[in-house]
Design a protein around this ligand. Structure first.
Ligand SMILES: Nc1nc2c(ncn2[C@@H]2O[C@H](COP(=O)(O)OP(=O)(O)O)[C@@H](O)[C@H]2O)c(=O)[nH]1
Ligand SMILES: [Mg+2]
Length: 304
């Protein structure tokens, strides 16, 4: 059965308890606006990881605008809240750019466990279904299991993978992947990397070496450097993002795990503080659980 993106998003967000949508549904908006209603909304935002700064801004907006527009009832306030959340999130909506050149090389970075490998697998599958030829580069050579995991995704998505053995130089894998994609005229190279953060210097050096390697073969690539962030870890993901931003240019973000136990609100401070476009959101572990980030659909799903 055909499922619209909106329904899929709704399902993804509904799949398990997402605190934002859950908690808003518990607030009774069917009452007159009073101090306690502002407090209820504030509490929900804070508990859902929207963060102190963004929460203050939202509440401030609700107070001012409800006065200005002479809104007296809770349902009206709910509409104002939707309007504000949409306004914030709209700013961060971004589309994955593939550019004109082939192959389009996309580099994925982020700490361990954020969802890089899974996201690479899901995207590979989507591109493949769109008729594109895709090659995965197993540049997380730190653990053998990491290479196996990507290989599993390559099978599932039915795409080619370039890998070396554990401990190999990640840049050597990247070199082979890009080179082979050029000679085979593949459309897209997706590079999965390791996300060790224990020494920042090492991480920076490794990412820069990978980028230099890509540029040696294709000066205009990577067309995107995507930071993958775990949506369940609140402020931590913002701190991680800042570290990666120092290490390399980030062109877009993918926020994973916005299903599940996610509080769901982290997307708001991520969006406001980092000012990097959010290109996709992950809403599950399955191959189809990756959706282009659509601010309108996201806000609608929270309140449905
Ligand atoms: N629920 C949920 N789990 C996810 C999502 N994306 C990744 N995961 C899980 O998060 C864990 C770490 O993912 P992985 O891709 O290995 O992260 P990596 O270390 O950054 O490569 C795995 O168990 C994935 O199944 C998502 O959008 N939703
Ligand atoms: Mg991985």
């Amino acid at each position: 059965m055909f499922k619209s993106m909106f329904n899929r998003l709704k399902e993804g967000l509904k799949k398990t308890k997402n605190q934002l949508s859950d908690s808003f549904s518990k607030i009774s908006f069917g009452r007159k606006i009073d101090e306690s209603l502002f407090e209820d909304v504030e509490m929900v935002l804070l508990q859902a990881d929207v963060g102190v700064k963004a929460t203050e801004e939202i509440i401030e907006f609700l107070r001012k605008e409800s006065k200005k527009r002479k809104i007296k009832d809770g349902e009206g306030l709910k509409e104002l809240l939707k309007e504000k959340l949409y306004e914030i999130l709209k700013e961060c909506e971004g589309k994955l750019e593939l550019g004109e050149e082939k192959p389009a090389v996309i580099l994925f970075v982020g700490v361990n466990g954020s969802g890089k490998t899974t996201t690479v697998g899901k995207l590979a599958s989507q591109f493949k279904k769109d008729g594109k030829s895709v090659v995965l580069a197993a540049a997380d050579t730190f653990r053998a299991a990491a290479i196996d995991q990507l290989e599993e995704w390559a099978k599932r998505a039915d795409v080619r993978i370039v890998k070396h053995s554990q401990g190999a130089d990640p840049s050597a894998v990247v070199f082979d992947a890009v080179k082979s994609a050029q000679s085979r005229k593949d459309d897209i190279v997706l590079i999965d990397t390791a996300g060790r953060l224990h020494t920042k210097d090492h991480l920076i050096k490794e990412l820069q070496k990978i980028k230099r390697t890509i540029k040696k073969l294709a000066p205009n690539q990577p067309v995107e450097t995507i930071l993958v962030l775990d949506g369940t870890i609140g402020q931590n993901s913002i701190n991680q993002a800042k570290t990666f931003k120092e290490a390399t240019d980030i062109s877009g973000i993918i926020i994973t795990k916005l299903d599940g136990t996610a509080k769901g609100g982290a997307i708001i401070p991520i969006c406001k503080e980092l000012k990097i476009p959010v290109k996709y959101i992950g809403v599950g572990e399955g191959i189809e659980d990756l959706q282009p980030f659509d601010a309108k659909a996201f806000v609608d799903a929270i309140f449905s």
